[in-house]
Write a protein that binds this ligand. Structure first.
Ligand code: ADP
Ligand code: ADP
Length: 222
């Protein structure tokens, strides 16, 4: 599903390049549940953003479902993203002015899906996530765990093949965190490929593979 070849990312700092990622080579197969671990500043979020096409590498090749992402134009990349990728953020990134229902619906509007179909899809998702009673509330009226559920529902609404999550339980208590990880495990069983950034050994234990980053390089995988 995913192949990275010699991916490097750097920023110019004081006229010389500072490497964030250096020569990353990586293969992720469909159906895997991968955890990216490593100390703060080791490049985990940057790698996840590149995988999610939210950021660009400076060098190297990125193949996603047989498409050469590295040589595609911005518009084509965002098309692939919208069709195949869902992204979950540590701090939820919900739109405070929109209700739960409207937040979950947003990706479908970007995909030009018709109103009736949108209604049915959002209703199904709200059912599945057991948040029927919350659908007309605004994000600030929800607990952290509930907000993250909405964030995940929004990431899943367009039925992506790949779910990316940056510290999805980082702002949650351990019970809420476990619920989110159980949900990820279930989604993975249903065929969604998952890549998460996590500091937690316990969360990583839910997955099938671990990638350890250190100073922008893959230190080891298992
Ligand atoms: P961000 O995801 O915003 O880049 P970090 O990855 O630096 O932030 O950290 C996310 C959270 O994890 C923070 O609350 C931070 O205190 C905590 N954290 C950072 N490094 C570690 C670590 N090595 N072990 C445990 N917790 C960490
Ligand atoms: P992690 O997620 O492992 O904490 P990040 O991928 O967030 O690591 O960041 C890796 C390093 O890249 C950090 O040292 C960070 O300061 C640096 N970095 C991130 N974005 C920029 C930027 N726009 N300009 C310069 N340095 C950056």
């Amino acid at each position: 599903m995913i192949e990275l070849k010699h991916i490097s990312k750097w920023y110019q700092v004081g006229g010389k390049p500072t490497f964030i990622l250096k020569d990353i080579n990586l293969t992720i197969k469909e159906g895997e549940f991968v955890s990216i671990m490593g100390p703060s500043g080791s490049g985990k979020s940057t790698l996840l953003h590149i995988l999610g096409m939210l950021d660009d590498a400076n060098e190297g090749e990125y193949h996603f479902m047989d498409q050469p992402v590295h040589s595609l134009k911005e518009k084509q990349r965002s098309q692939i993203y919208k069709q195949h990728v869902g992204f979950v953020f540590q701090a939820y990134h919900l739109i405070d002015e929109l209700t739960v229902y409207e937040n979950i619906e947003t990706p479908l509007i970007y995909q030009n899906i018709k109103t009736n179909e949108r209604k049915a899809m959002v209703a199904d998702m709200i059912d599945r996530f057991n948040i029927v009673g919350k659908k007309d509330l605004f994000p600030t009226q929800l607990s952290g765990g509930q907000q993250q559920l909405v964030g995940i529902a929004r990431a899943l609404i367009a039925k992506p093949k790949l779910l990316l999550a940056d510290e999805p339980t980082g702002n949650l208590n351990s019970k809420q965190g476990e619920e989110i990880m159980d949900l990820f495990k279930q989604l993975n069983k249903e065929g969604v490929t998952i890549i998460q950034v996590t500091h937690s050994e316990k969360n990583a234990g839910y997955g099938s593979h671990i990638i350890n980053l250190l100073d922008g390089r893959i230190e080891k995988t298992n």
